[in-house]
Design a protein around this ligand. Structure first.
Ligand SMILES: Cc1cc2nc3c(=O)[nH]c(=O)nc-3n(C[C@H](O)[C@H](O)[C@H](O)COP(=O)(O)OP(=O)(O)OC[C@H]3O[C@@H](n4cnc5c(N)ncnc54)[C@H](O)[C@@H]3O)c2cc1C
Ligand code: SF4
Length: 402
């Protein structure tokens, strides 16, 4: 099966698939090494650009990215690039292939990375490769950010996920867990202590509709709920998830696994949903119900019973009895951004120049915190590119001194 899938790649000279990949993985080259049976080389080609190939291959929205550009797609089905990347990534983890063929010796300079999500991990790994001392400051006692607390375990093998992070940390990166910027660490101290700082702490505050009942006990923002890693018993409970993107589908599928009768309500029609069609049909197979062209107007509580007042596009109002409501209508940045003394854009994201440097010299930022496109591959690319820019910046300072 794997053989057929790799042989299906035409090895196009123009490599249109690479243009669709945010990380610019050399897809035809890694597939070519796979065809020759040289999986070590295939893994090394991938990790030149992507330090989490198993994870990206497994959960990347590849149908909208690399596979969308595949020449084979013109005649029907594209090469399953994501699947092939995850197979090579898994091989690399199980056989313990090195992430980088060469790593520079310590160059005497140290960088602090705030946030251990994909942006932070990628920045840390490439800085280490370039010879920097790197310390990650992470607010939780685990790494991965949304890869660990957003993407549910039924979509990503948790053992291989943890092995992927270990591989990066084993490059010789120090991690300080339970360190939260703005609480027990501060930017001005990091700036004094390190030669440069990278901010990659995401933007995971759920947007909530300003409706009556939004502050009731069983009403949650999906991001905060998933991040809390709380397991609820939702057997015989009616659950409403509000939203039409991939987070709404993930939230609904998690609630279903907790035993709930789950209804997704979305203000547009099915075609307008941002979620991938394939995951919408998976949710339907799991008996998650959908109500389209419908808005939630208010949530009323009567002791432990809640009623959601819904309104459809024709202006017809009706009541739906529910026990829990989860909002999954998008994310916004944390209030901490306002306290850092950095320039922000109108929506509160950290502003950076084309080198990913913030308004403070020597402080760089990447991933969701700068409103990068909301995918793991974009966050990884943003972290990696920042590492190369930090290297240029610090070398430039040195050149000016001499
Ligand atoms: C439910 C859900 C499902 C998703 N599914 C997919 C998917 O299938 N495929 C895909 O490509 N993308 C998916 N995404 C999007 C993707 O996960 C994000 O775009 C990506 O993780 C952003 O990476 P990041 O490193 O910028 O931020 P995050 O992943 O949010 O990482 C930020 C890190 O910083 C830490 N942190 C936060 N505040 C502080 C602080 N003050 N001090 C120190 N540390 C801090 C956090 O704990 C976290 O570890 C999904 C998102 C959600 C919400
Ligand atoms: S990282 Fe994502 S977009 Fe890039 S090659 Fe892998 S699956 Fe495709």
């Amino acid at each position: 099966m794997f053989r057929n899938k790799i042989d299906y790649c035409l090895n196009c000279v123009t490599k249109p698939c690479v243009k669709g990949c945010p990380l610019k993985n050399d897809i035809p080259l890694f597939i070519n090494y796979s065809k020759e049976g040289d999986f070590l080389k295939a893994f090394s080609v991938l990790s030149e650009t992507n330090v989490l190939p198993f994870i990206c291959g497994s959960i990347c929205l590849s149908l909208k990215l690399c596979e969308n550009n595949c020449v084979r797609k013109l005649k029907g089905k594209s090469v399953e690039i994501g699947l092939l990347e995850s197979i090579i990534g898994e091989q690399g983890l199980k056989k313990n292939y090195p992430l980088f063929e060469k790593k520079n010796d310590f160059n005497g300079k140290n960088v602090a990375v705030v946030g251990g999500g994909p942006a932070g991990l990628s920045c840390a790994a490439f800085l280490k490769k370039l010879g920097y001392g790197v310390t990650i400051y992470e607010k939780h006692n685990y790494l991965g950010g949304l890869i660990s607390h957003g993407i549910p375990d039924f979509r990503l093998d948790s053992d291989l996920r943890e092995k992927s992070f270990e591989k990066i940390i084993n490059l010789g990166i120090e991690v300080k867990y339970n360190h939260e910027l703005g609480k027990n660490i501060f930017l001005k101290n990091l700036k004094k202590k390190y030669d440069a700082v990278f901010l990659g702490f995401g933007a995971n505050v759920s947007k909530i509709l300003h409706i009556k009942g939004k502050n009731l006990k069983n009403v949650y923002g999906s991001n905060e709920f998933l991040e809390s890693r709380v397991r609820l018993n939702l057997r015989e409970k009616n659950v409403i998830v509000v939203g039409g993107g991939d987070t709404a589908i993930d939230m609904a599928r998690v609630a279903k696994r907790f035993g709930g009768n789950v209804l997704i309500i979305y203000r547009g029609n099915e075609k307008e949903m941002k979620a991938l069609k394939s995951v919408v049909s998976l949710a339907k197979k799991e008996e998650i119900s959908f109500m389209f062209n419908t808005n939630i107007k208010q949530i009323i509580s009567n002791e432990n019973d809640y009623n959601a007042y819904l309104c459809n596009a024709k202006g017809y109002n009706f009541i739906y009895p529910c026990d829990y409501v989860f909002f999954a209508i998008g994310s916004k940045p944390d209030e901490i951004n306002k306290k850092l003394g950095l320039k922000l854009d109108l929506n509160g994201y950290i502003k950076v120049d084309k080198r990913n440097m913030t308004s403070m010299r020597g402080v760089f930022a990447g991933g969701n915190v700068i409103n990068e496109k909301n995918t793991v591959a974009h966050a990884l690319a943003s972290g990696r590119n920042s590492a190369y820019n930090i290297d240029l910046y610090l070398k430039n300072i040195d050149n000016k001194k001499h």
